[in-house]
Design a binder for this molecule. Sequence first.
Ligand code: PLP
Length: 403
Amino acid sequence: MAPKSYSLETELVFNKSSDQYNASVAPLYQSATFKQPSLSNMGEYDYTRSGNPTRTYLQNHMARIMKANYTFAVTSGMGCLDVITRLLKPGDEVIAGDDLYGGTNRLLNYLNSKGDLKVHHYDTTNTELIKSKISSSTKMIFLESPTNPLIKVVDVKAIADYAHQVNPNVVVVFDNTMMSPILMTPLDLGVDIQYESATKYLNGHHDLMAGIIAVRDSKLAEQVYYVINSTGCGLSPFDSWLLSRGLRTLAIRIERQQANCIKIAEFLQSIGFKVRYPGIKSHPQYHLHQSMCKGSGAVLSFETGSIKTSEKIVENTDIFGIAVSFGCVNSLISMPCKMSHASIDAKTREERDFPEDLIRLCIGIENIDDLINDLTKALLKSGAVKINEKDELFSVVGVEAKL
Ligand SMILES: *Cc1c(COP(=O)(O)O)cnc(C)c1O
């Protein structure tokens, strides 16, 4: 007898086709409308805003991968957050991390400034602090772990369990973009809604934008679907089809990207940089992270002690492209303060101990020696690293990163 579900690696590529021609790849229904069998019989699909077989195929596949009962594919990761915040009522109190994705911060601040929501930002690595702030008027909690680029880790289960004790109706929302379903299953840790930017690892090729919302509760699923159908942010058939293709290689991509990332973290640490990566033992929340996840992902950051030096490093790599985002098969380098996190104003960044010289590396599937050689070249050119008489690299800055 076949098991109910296979391991994730198998589920990613396993496909029991129900297609009339037994196509090995789910067909693309590039159609906005569907004819009704008769005036009185609606048929399964009528209009692609409400539903499309290619999107359904993707969503059913995602539900198995994310261990959810329902998933919804929308046009971006931020689109997920827009849908989720629409479940709230005017003036509702929400708690959010103080190191969330820049775009998340921007949307929550916008809603806060208009008085739509009352948003309170706290350091979610401090579980006791968060517990003390959760009350019966807390309606939603926004968490992300590990955050990037500061790589802060959140005790998801402790916070979700406590919040549900205080208010059984609270909705705990978790952004799992950094880990992907291969490394973390937040729904198992007690969160109510999990979402991910599929622009990153899920698709893995930076050729589309998408977001996935995953829930287990049927009432929440109904509300989420209502908003998606009403606002028309469901993912297009073609992007759903492309995402289904990218998804099949998720496990093998992450395996390689993570293996490369561990080697680069060790390389940077060995020459004297303080590296932020949840996969190295010096990370203050190493054990907490490992207790929640099956790996550490492929994003790390490090400081150089000088904005100018960081700029020179970023501008002197060749393989590492200067680009925002992560999760793609090719490696990227960025300075978050000037790029992905520029939407957080300088004063707030300072309050949150956000180093302006921080460099973020998002590691791809290239040959590891090529990557390390490329980084070495840039580090030497920037003057951040020198070679001693034994031909060894050493960092001349040796700053202590505030972790
Ligand atoms: C990129 C990202 C988002 C937003 O997703 P988009 O698809 O770019 O809208 C949200 N959260 C995290 C952690 C991200 O990295």
